[in-house]
Design a protein around this ligand. Structure first.
Ligand SMILES: Nc1ncnc2c1ncn2[C@@H]1O[C@H](COP(=O)(O)OP(=O)(O)OP(=O)(O)O)[C@@H](O)[C@H]1O
Length: 756
């Protein structure tokens, strides 16, 4: 629809209030925004300035409801609230808006709504009402509990970015429930700061971890609404489509519309080279990757090619990325993006170059069995099959060592157990035999395929660069060119590459991806969290030709899990140290959530049979109460082995509870029922309730890991870390409820939770 040019946007959080309105009002709002954009001054809209205020206006949505609008400039409007007609004038003095002097973002506060929310009884886990009222007019009396934020001055709160008009209410808070009530309707930064302080972070930590990342880089003019509206800290819908989405979509589509300022900055930043975004589970790394793809596509010259690659490490995750990208930008966006999981990409590159080759690809466990068979045949007891497989995959193939002397020179950082020159010579010889053996069988591993693809792409890039050099020498003549297999001019395959779950890519994948894009601004954008690495591929990107120094950042706010689950999940990681994909270390300092719920439930059982019964009883217990009953597809049981998954399925069936296994391509069949899978299957998934079962000594970590302690200390450390990461990934898939069960002796990883 054409309009008179009036822009109408919706301020973050206003949508939350709107979503609670009766359905017909939401429908009316949808019509309203069309009419308003067309002509804000149409008589039916009754646009009028609110008394005593220059920027706040009201307009008619329907007979009963009014939209409250901030006029940012002549024809630039922002919906901040929708209220019943009667309530608009009643509490005018309680409405406040302004520009946050730290973030430079526009904030709107309805003190009446905030105070009502503070006073409201919590919906779940009812507790006795607080004795002293939290309203500003009735500060906590001497006899009541002490105020939560007495330790910080108004000035300190202000410096952290807390909204000034809320300080009197904040001073009156004495319970966590009241605080949560305030956070629901307070501006984003105020909520994050208060919860971080309440969770025990120091003033300095909050300043550094919460406030600094969203502070405006330049000075803030708190009167300039035009500039404020442009900053990422003003979280608003940006397009008509996004506004419609926010009015209709509910919580479901919020990720498409309202980016956290820290997310928005990363999406839009112009990087001088490869960049990496880290951050704990659920902080929106995938969301940022998707928006980044859209951002890059929006800036491409028109065309019909696919110059952007979005990739990740397995098929299931790639399918999810594709459907999310479709939701975000429709077919139009997908048309310019290749979404492919990285092994599929390697397969394509190799078959393109060697169309006749039809080798069967085997996975790591098959390969380890093959190594064992080779060692058995040779009758050598010196080497361990798993060690050799890792050394071959990670060092020889990972660093694309084509000759023995290259392998002698290869860096083995992080590999643990040192190997002498003589041993390297022996390993090289064994690796050659192994490769020939696989060759004869017509088989290959994914690492071999990745290495082959990397070599092919590196070769291709060298040819491209050679032509460019020739052309430069010939004074820029464009008639010098080289054709690729399809006869087209040879050029880099992509202009931009975006990688999700970067922590799990194989080293050779990085070499391949590096060669696929020219070294230019915004060439590679990687998101991932090394705390969630569940495969063995530890890399130092600089050594693989990808330099992210000075272009690494981290997201810290979880949009998925509650503070309670997050805290327990962090405890499961223990004191392990994690790498940053670049030879340094990574931490989760600042990782937090503003969502709240119950702590994890822990159930120790005598044996596996009793544990299975407990799992079934927990689910049946939820079903029995309408207040806790949820669709079964939103519940998952996560176990250490496939066998255990089948046994749990069987036990649930005994209680007439339907279950579906999660296979390599996601939940099987129609997905109806409780989902059950091994820990490896849970990457990228999300459930309201998760039961992690079999968290017993000997299962988590596997018994074989403990035995490594005396044989190979470094490998033992790596395997322990991986086992912790698997448990961490599983625990952080839970949105609201986490249940941990075990039988016999609990896993040593549970110690911090059991002693809490
Ligand atoms: N700005 C946002 N607004 C609303 N929801 C969001 C936002 N950002 C992320 N989410 C939601 O939070 C959840 C986690 O996001 P996402 O999967 O991108 O996190 P992640 O950091 O990639 O997690 P993981 O490391 O566990 O894979 C998703 O349900 C996503 O829709």
């Amino acid at each position: 629809m054409t309009s008179t040019g009036a822009t109408l946007r919706l301020l973050d959080k206003a949508d939350k209030e709107i979503l609670k309105l009766p359905r017909p009002v939401k429908g009316a709002l949808y019509d309203f925004q069309h009419k308003f954009r067309n002509n804000p001054h149409a008589t039916g809209l009754k646009l009028q300035q609110l008394k005593g205020d220059s920027r706040l206006w009201s307009a008619r949505v329907n007979d009963e409801y009014r939209a409250l609008l901030l006029r940012l400039a002549d024809a630039d409007w922002l919906i901040v609230s929708v209220k019943h007609r009667k309530d608009v004038y009643q509490h005018l003095d309680r409405l406040s808006y302004g520009i946050n002097h730290i973030t430079g973002g526009i904030e709107y506060i309805d003190l009446k709504v905030v105070e009502d929310s503070v006073l409201r009884e919590p919906a779940s886990a009812p507790k006795p009402a607080p004795a002293a009222g939290p309203v500003p007019s009735a500060p906590a009396g001497a006899a009541g509990p002490p105020p939560l934020f007495a330790a910080w001055t108004d000035e300190q709160l202000g410096d952290l970015g807390v909204a000034g008009p809320l300080i009197p209410v904040i001073r009156s808070l004495t319970t966590e429930d009241q605080l949560l009530g305030l956070v629901e309707y307070a501006p984003q930064l105020t909520g994050e700061v208060l919860l971080a302080l309440h969770d025990g972070r120091s003033y300095e930590e909050v300043l550094e971890q919460v406030t600094a990342p969203v502070a405006a880089p330049e000075g803030v003019d708190t009167d300039d609404f035009g500039a404020a509206a442009q900053r990422p800290a003003t979280v608003v819908t940006t397009t008509d489509e996004a506004l419609r989405e926010a009015l209709e979509g509910g919580d479901f589509g919020r990720w498409k519309v309202f980016l956290h300022p820290a997310q928005a900055r990363l999406v839009a930043r112009d990087y001088s080279g490869p960049a990496r975004v880290g951050g704990g589970p659920g902080t929106g790394k995938t969301i940022v990757a998707l928006h980044r793809v859209k951002h890059l596509v929006d800036r491409l010259p028109p065309g019909h090619d696919k110059p952007v690659l979005l990739t990740t490490y397995n098929k299931n995750l790639a399918a999810d990325l594709r459907s999310r990208l479709l939701q975000l930008g429709g077919e139009e966006l997908l048309e310019r993006v290749e979404v492919s999981h990285v092994d599929q990409l390697t397969l394509r590159i190799v078959s393109e170059a060697e169309p006749g080759s039809r080798k069967q690809v085997i996975d790591d466990s098959q390969a380890v069995r093959e190594w064992q068979a080779l060692l058995d045949e040779l009758g050598t007891g010196t080497w361990d099959a798993e060690f050799l497989h890792e050394e071959w995959s990670q060092v020889i193939l990972g660093q694309a060592c084509g000759t023995r002397s290259e392998y002698f020179r290869a860096r083995r950082a992080g590999r643990g157990r040192s190997v002498s020159r003589a041993e390297r010579a022996e390993i090289w010889q064994l690796a050659e035999r192994f490769t020939q053996r696989l060759d004869r069988q017509g088989r290959q591993t994914w690492d071999q395929l990745a290495e082959r693809a990397a070599r092919l792409e590196i070769g291709r890039e060298q040819r491209i660069l050679a032509v460019e050099r020739q052309r430069a020498e010939a004074g820029g003549r464009h008639n010098i060119h080289l054709a690729d297999a399809s006869g087209g001019r040879l050029r880099h395959r992509y202009r931009h590459v975006v990688v999700d779950e970067a922590q799990d890519l194989r080293p050779a994948h990085w070499k391949m991806l590096r060669a696929m894009v020219p070294r230019d601004r915004n060439d590679l954008f990687l998101v991932g969290d090394t705390h969630q690495r569940i495969y063995k591929n530890q890399v130092a990107l600089a050594g693989l030709g990808i330099n992210i120094r000075g272009r690494a950042s981290r997201l810290n706010l979880s949009y998925r899990t509650t503070r309670q689950i997050l805290r327990s999940a962090l405890a499961l990681l223990g004191t392990e140290s994690y790498d940053d994909l670049d030879g340094g270390t990574e931490t989760l300092a600042g990782y937090r959530s503003v969502l709240s719920g119950g702590g994890p439930e822990l159930h120790g059982c005598r044996d596996w049979e009793e544990e299975r019964e407990t799992i079934a009883a927990v689910i049946a217990g939820w079903d029995a109460d309408p207040r806790t009953r949820i669709p079964h597809e939103q519940i998952a049981v996560c176990v250490p082995t496939n066998q255990m998954a089948q046994e749990v399925e069987h036990s649930l069936a005994g209680r007439m509870l339907r279950a579906v296994q999660i296979g390599p391509d996601g939940p099987r069949g129609d997905g109806g029922g409780v989902h059950i899978g091994t820990m490896f299957r849970f990457k990228g998934l999300e459930y309201r309730r998760i039961i992690i079962a079999g968290v017993s000594d000997g299962l988590v970590p596997r018994e074989a890991v403990a035995r490594l302690r005396t044989v190979d200390a470094a490998r033992h450390r790596r395997e322990m870390q991986r086992a912790r990461s698997l448990l961490f990934v599983a625990a952080t898939r839970a949105r609201d409820t986490l249940v941990l069960t075990w039988h016999a002796t609990p896993s040593p990883f549970l110690a911090p939770l059991l002693s809490a």
